[in-house]
Design a protein around this ligand. Structure first.
Ligand code: ADP
Ligand code: MG
Length: 243
């Protein structure tokens, strides 16, 4: 059903050493939606993304992917359906680009090597790196490495992609090539949660922007509503600084 939630986050809480950094977060994501998560450093954005795929185990709350609760017991299969793109790429430096995009398909999804190879080439083409299959990560720019990491996530045929500040480790001139790939994915109907300070991306690609501060969702709304008519002084102040 078109209006079914792909991701349903309910009441997620997380504390570190007695300090509560997520204070009961809930939001939903429908198929094909892009939500952009913004907020000051330390507001809990990364912790929230990590809780969604149990890289960090929440203290309370529930997370559902396609109606099925994410639990310790099913975390491997759930994680395989959620691609995660990290700030620092997390590529295997001793593997070629092709192997980076192929290996999880084979080892986690059990795809045969030939099909995994075809899929890897397809996804590399999709991010504009069809000619880099034989290269090693160190031979690529940061922007190219991040695009490999996006291709790797796509090759798993995920239900959902999670991006945690995918361009913040990049020099400004390399940010655009990664943002363009993300815009293309959003336009093609990929379901995505994106933590980013790239307000041009938020404006252009987000169905909804969620503003977080100190472990709470302060406000959420369409880009138009958030950029032109935010009701909350904190959101306005944040957007004025950053946009
Ligand atoms: P953001 O991504 O919005 O900058 P984070 O989720 O990284 O925020 O961090 C929120 C708060 O949680 C910060 O105060 C951070 O220091 C703390 N924090 C995050 N991860 C850990 C951890 N593994 N152990 C202790 N504190 C953590
Ligand atoms: Mg973060």
């Amino acid at each position: 059903m078109a209006d079914e939630l792909i991701l349903d986050v309910q009441g997620v809480k997380k504390a570190f050493d007695g300090l509560e950094v997520l204070k009961g977060i809930g939001f939903g994501l429908r198929k094909g939606e892009t939500k952009v998560l913004i907020g000051p450093s330390g507001s809990g954005k990364s912790t929230l993304l990590r809780c969604i795929n149990y890289l960090t185990v929440p203290d309370a709350g529930r997370i559902y992917l396609n109606g099925e609760e994410v639990l310790d017991a099913n975390i491997d299969s759930m994680r395989a359906r959620m691609g995660f793109v990290f700030q620092d790429f997390n590529l295997f430096s001793h593997l070629t680009v092709l192997d980076n995009v192929r290996i999880c398909q084979v080892k986690v999804n059990g795809v045969d090597r030939e099909a995994a190879t075809r899929r890897a080439h397809h996804e590399l083409e999709r991010v504009g790196l069809g000619d880099k299959a034989a290269a090693y990560p160190a031979e690529l720019s940061g922007g190219q490495q991040q695009r490999v990491s996006i291709a790797r996530a796509l090759a798993m045929d995920p239900d959902l992609l999670l991006f945690d500040e995918p361009t913040s480790a990049l020099d400004p001139e390399l940010t655009g090539e990664v943002v363009r790939v993300m815009q293309q994915l959003a336009a093609e109907g990929m379901t995505m949660v994106v933590v980013t300070h790239e307000m041009s991306f938020a404006r252009q690609a987000a169905d909804e922007i969620i503003f977080m501060e100190k472990g709470h969702i302060v406000e959420q709304g369409t880009p138009d509503a958030m950029f032109t008519a935010s009701e909350h002084a904190r959101t306005r102040a944040f957007l004025n600084v950053i946009a």
